[in-house]
Write a protein that binds this ligand. Sequence first.
Ligand SMILES: O=C([O-])CC(=O)C(=O)O
Ligand SMILES: [Mg+2]
Length: 209
Amino acid sequence: MTAPETIAELARLGVATVYEAGGRTGLIDHEWKQLVPGVSVAGPARIALCGAGDNRAVHEAVALLQPGEILVLTMEEAAPVALIGDLLVTQIRRAGAAGVLVDAAVRDAADLATMGLPISARWVRARGATKSIRGQVDVPVTVGGATINPGDIVILDADGATVVAASQAESVLAASLKREQNEATARQRYLEGTLSYDQHGFREEDKDA
Ligand SMILES: O=C([O-])CC(=O)C(=O)O
Ligand SMILES: [Mg+2]
């Protein structure tokens, strides 16, 4: 199990820093809409792989949800079908989930915005899901080119989404903290007037070109 302090730090550092520090791995590479703009959150994945246009597996996964988890909802082929709305999110919040990644649509969007649970979704669309295909829960899935295993740490923020294998959480955190420190140094230099053009040696390179 990944330590809560590690998860909190990964959430604070955010998607771009963690993805870069992890060697540009794990990016869940789609455009994501944040139903609550600007929030940054992380947690171990609880996964539902739904049948086409169906959300029966979501109901099963919600019954298994533990506090602090990120619920990851996907289908074999992503489509703008609403897998969750305010009734499912009511249950997801009550279970104490940290957030939801929806590789499909959500609906009741105005309600979700006021409910405050961090949700990142591909689409907002009223189109309803059937509830007739069992699907699978607690299985590895691929979303936006990234493999997500149950328990891997998923991070959601205003930039998008990324995943860190549970076994690598500590080493990626260490690399992320180092990157944060390097960026703080660079930011200070830029505030003082240094240009990245010089800092990276590009001016020198271009001189002889
Ligand atoms: O019932 C559904 O399929 C999705 C929904 O709108 C809700 O959870 O409120
Ligand atoms: Mg609804």
